[in-house]
Design a protein around this ligand. Structure first.
Ligand SMILES: Cc1ncc(C[n+]2csc(CCOP(=O)(O)OP(=O)(O)O)c2C)c(N)n1
Ligand SMILES: [Mg+2]
Length: 364
């Protein structure tokens, strides 16, 4: 629902309940009316595969094969549902956690870990899949998405961009500036906030005293709050927002209510700041279980299909693992190569100093 003028303002859009039953919401169901059995199964497969990717990458980090990993466990529906709403020529600007979006954009599993292994500055070629690489500077991708969207509009391209960011990022000036500019200039950008309830150890309550979706009101743009663990509802509201942007309607702010079931990154210990009871509430709202129950209710979950999905997930996890452990170490001095797009005297000086240091026998 649009937050303005709605008496249902605080209720998120939902199309499937946690027990797998459909919700009677004709307006939003119409936006996903093309989601037949085959498409529903595809969504389920993508949810299962992306969780499997995440679990494998987390294990690789624990085994010393990755330096760091930012788990998405619990946020699969928010990412898969929104990614499925995008066209290939739309452009996604992400934070560091959108591995499921990357997978749905077509990034091969072999390309998901290079940065986290510390062997490259990036994982994939952004222009191959129209999606940026991990951005650690919280919130800055909101500006990148807005600038790209506005430039596309000036070029007459009928595309939308989507900026993925978290609840914590809503307190960043960059997100405020991006919203202000996008609203004033009707830039074709969707602001997709995954409210996973935490910004590392800070609960969302310290970011805002009212639901984050109400930020939209201040910018005069539509805001919609959606059950982020309901892949169909996320698909519906994101489709509407993307279509609106692409057809000149300007930006939309989406708040997807979800939960980060794991640590912030593998360097974090969430038991230091939250209780098992917090997490338990969300365990009953698991995004994969919900769609599994829906498929089951609708007679679409035969054992062969379930097995095929599990095998696909295992196969992709194997590809990810093999590619990761076999990644060659780069020439240490190459880390200076792509800091700037063109040669830079400071980088040349640092590269030379570093090479001299290595030549003296230092370990990289
Ligand atoms: C500009 C900036 N400030 C602080 C940090 C440190 N930092 C990294 S992630 C993070 C929390 C972000 O939380 P949220 O936006 O909710 O995204 P989530 O990690 O939950 O997906 C912070 C403060 C940073 N990387 N960049
Ligand atoms: Mg967060």
């Amino acid at each position: 629902m649009v937050s303005k003028k709605s008496d249902k303002q605080t209720y998120p859009v939902q199309l499937v309940q946690p027990d797998g039953r459909r919700v009677l919401d004709r307006e939003h169901a119409a936006l996903v009316a093309d989601t037949d059995g085959a498409r529903l199964r595809q969504l389920y497969e993508d949810l299962v595969v992306t969780r499997r990717i995440d679990v494998e990458a987390t294990a690789l980090q624990r085994q010393g094969q990755l330096g760091l990993w930012p788990p998405l466990y619990g946020q699969e529906a928010a990412q898969v549902g929104s990614a499925h709403a995008l066209h290939p020529d739309d452009y996604a600007f992400c934070s560091y956690r959108e591995t499921a979006v990357a997978y749905c954009r077509g990034v091969p599993p072999e390309q998901l870990t290079a940065l986290w292994r510390g062997v490259a500055h990036h994982c994939w070629d952004p222009n191959q899949v129209n999606m940026t690489n991990a951005n650690i500077v919280v919130g800055s991708q909101g500006l990148h998405a807005t600038g790209y969207a506005y430039a596309a509009h000036l070029d007459g391209a009928d595309i939308a961009t989507i900026a993925y960011f978290g609840d914590g990022a809503t307190s960043e000036g960059d997100i405020a500036e991006a919203l202000g500019f996008a609203a004033s200039w009707s830039a074709p950008v969707v602001f997709f906030c995954q409210n996973n309830q935490w910004a590392i150890s800070e609960p969302v309550a310290v970011q805002s005293t009212v639901p984050l979706v109400r930020r939209a009101d201040g910018y005069g743009i539509p805001g919609v709050q959606v059950d982020g663990n309901d892949v169909l509802a996320v698909l519906a509201v994101t489709r509407r927002a993307v279509e609106r942007a692409r057809t000149g309607g300007g930006p939309t702010f989406i708040e997807a209510l979800t939960y980060r079931m794991g640590p912030h990154t593998t360097a974090d210990d969430p038991t230091r700041y939250r209780t098992a009871a917090d997490t338990e509430y969300w365990e009953h709202r698991d995004p994969i279980e919900r769609i599994r129950l829906l498929l089951d209710r609708e007679g679409l979950l035969d054992p062969e299909f379930a097995q095929r999905v599990a095998d696909t997930a295992d196969d992709i996890a194997r590809r990810l693992r093999t590619a990761t452990v076999e990644m060659p170490d780069p020439d240490p001095a190459s880390m200076f190569d792509h800091v700037y797009a063109t040669d830079h005297p400071l980088m040349a000086e640092q590269a030379q100093q570093f090479s001299a240091h290595l030549a003296e026998g230092a370990q990289p």
